[in-house]
Ligand binder design. Structure first.
Ligand code: ZN
Length: 202
């Protein structure tokens, strides 16, 4: 998840993996699964996870009823089944991944990211989701809105196989991007999360 308006290096999975190498900077202050998180930041994060859990379940139920209706084509049935499995994975992981709140990693500096999923770093024991230290803006305002929790949801879905889009590409008539089907596209899940379920490409 990138900050709006920040010119960023948009690189996909491989470099996301490389990011792990540069993220093991500042995760002292370990407290349970939270690293470098003040008490209020931990509370906010948990609140956002709780909201994300209820919205994830709601989306899953909505898709399940569409599937149960039997009105979808075989292709769409398979694609929505895949998205149910992504959402089930998010449901299982919510509240369990380790999180760093105030990272000053090189990856944060280079990309201007708000947050990222730290795959390779996590392999070496670093936190699994990293929030970058900027001006603490992710934690203000301190209430939990759908939009605030969608950033966390975005990162959780990466741990369930979704990929970031290349912003230079446009969706085709089926809602897919070049090399990225919509059921693997993080943007589709975040859009459903914020605005409700729809069939991409229609
Ligand atoms: Zn992302």
């Amino acid at each position: 998840m990138n900050r709006p308006g920040v010119k960023k290096l948009k690189m996909v999975t491989l470099l996301c993996l490389a990011a792990g190498l540069f993220s093991m900077d500042s995760f002292a202050g370990y407290n349970g699964r939270f690293y470098s998180c003040a008490q209020n930041e931990r509370n906010i994060m948990v609140e956002r996870e709780i909201l994300a859990l209820s919205r994830t379940r709601k989306l899953k139920q909505e898709i399940s009823s569409v599937l149960a209706s039997g009105l979808l084509s075989n292709d769409l049935t398979k694609r929505f089944q895949k998205s149910v499995s992504v959402l089930s994975c998010v449901e299982q992981k919510l509240g369990k991944l380790s999180i760093e709140c105030e990272s000053r990693s090189l990856w944060c500096q280079w990309t201007g990211a708000v947050a990222y999923a730290n795959f390779l770093g996590a392999f070496f024991g670093a936190p699994q989701i990293i929030f970058c230290h900027w001006d603490g803006s992710y934690f203000y305002p301190q209430h939990t809105s759908i939009s605030d929790s969608s950033t966390l949801f975005h990162e959780y879905t990466h741990w369930c196989g979704t990929k970031d889009i290349d912003p230079r590409t446009r969706p085709n008539a089926n809602g897919d991007r070049p090399g990225l089907r919509w059921e693997d596209n993080v943007e589709v899940y975040v859009d459903w999360y914020k605005n409700g379920l729809y069939t991409p490409g229609i």
